[in-house]
Design a protein around this ligand. Sequence first.
Ligand SMILES: Cc1cc2nc3c(=O)[nH]c(=O)nc-3n(C[C@H](O)[C@H](O)[C@H](O)COP(=O)(O)OP(=O)(O)OC[C@H]3O[C@@H](n4cnc5c(N)ncnc54)[C@H](O)[C@@H]3O)c2cc1C
Length: 422
Amino acid sequence: MAESPSTFPADPAGLYDLIVIGGGASGMAATISARRAGKRVLLCEKSDSLGRKLLASGGERCNLSNTLSQEEFMERIGRDGRFMGPALDLLGGPKLREFFHELGMQTVCHDGFRVWPETRKSSTVLAALVAEIERLGAEVAVDCSVASTEFVDGEFYVAHARGTFRSRQLIIATGGLALPKSGAAGGGYAFAQGFGHRTTPRFPAGVPLVSAEDWPARCRMHTVGKAQLQVAIKKHSRIQRVGDLIFTKQGIRGPVVLDISRDISPLLETLDEVPLFMNLCKGRNQEDWRTILKDWRSQKPAPVVERLSEEVPLELAEVLCELSGVSNTETSHSLGGELKESLIRILVQTPLTITGTTGFGGAFVTRGGVRLKEVRPESLESKLQQGLYLCGEVLDLDGPCGGFNLQWAFASGFLAGASELA
Ligand SMILES: Cc1cc2nc3c(=O)[nH]c(=O)nc-3n(C[C@H](O)[C@H](O)[C@H](O)COP(=O)(O)OP(=O)(O)OC[C@H]3O[C@@H](n4cnc5c(N)ncnc54)[C@H](O)[C@@H]3O)c2cc1C
């Protein structure tokens, strides 16, 4: 693991130009851009080392960005994606890769979409950032949990267990609530609220979903490619995603689940359960199945479940037959009438009832945070408190899987740190 550059500042009583609270991706990026702008910077991190979540990211391989154009990137974020514009102008995908290349860390993109460090190790990303922080001479205080912040007579006062630091500018880069063991505790929301900011409710996003039905456990460890998921509530039916799905003991996970959970998690706040329709057969529609079933009749008779297991894993084929009322004795030749229609319906729209998520412990990002309306996108300065900046996951912005969240953390941190001193 990369060592943090120092443990405590030599002159803790001095006035800093900037204090950054939170040594994650956004806080480290902010520290680097602020030092490059010539500011005297102190980075405070409550854990005993920087970038714990960064290390865990992407299965410890760190999917740090993607190759979408800026427009597409913001569109994929959703309603508030445009808020990211100025930060992405400064350090969007290609510029972020260049930034890391200049730090001596090469990046690769083998699938044409996801950007990784060439080593496929998140520790390489962290080491590059820490080395740059060190080279630039930024001061770092690890094991330094900020307890409170206030602004008095033109200066920010940042209180921690061993005293109080002072600065002219303050950046809140404390992240969200996902993966609490990385240091995520949500303290940054209270700091922002102390300056008058409001926050939106927070939900685990990028999180496995728990189902009322127990049949997913039987299909555990099977990955279903190109699964289509849609919320089966009329007014929420626009919530749909396509991607790989994995069954678990409790329900479902995998990229498509992590993505759709961003929208389902808030719904679960008001609804006890969220019904889903899943197409687990590569998007085949009723017509496709009619053709396939007809084709089965031209082959020698076989149990329906056996034929179906040529299309999906056997355990899933068994479940699909059970759900549609097709017994073990039903054959490809005897299947007909209402039973056939029932099977086709279940194959096209397999129902699953979502009753919860696995919580922040299993989530990779937080949905909700400090309201964007109270922050200037062009600088990430608070509209309520001059000299206060917010970046990364603490803001009410999150993205799907695929490098969106780290890209935002790096770009927003870089923008917040680069702001002019008043
Ligand atoms: C398991 C996992 C895998 C992920 N994989 C990817 C991926 O591959 N690609 C991707 O784009 N995104 C991924 N993400 C999401 C991404 O890692 C985060 O969105 C991003 O790291 C957020 O950066 P941040 O700087 O805003 O917050 P964080 O990285 O959470 O940093 C905040 C820091 O603030 C510190 N802190 C909090 N409170 C205080 C306080 N009071 N005093 C001092 N310090 C404090 C915390 O200890 C923490 O170090 C993943 C997340 C998880 C949990």
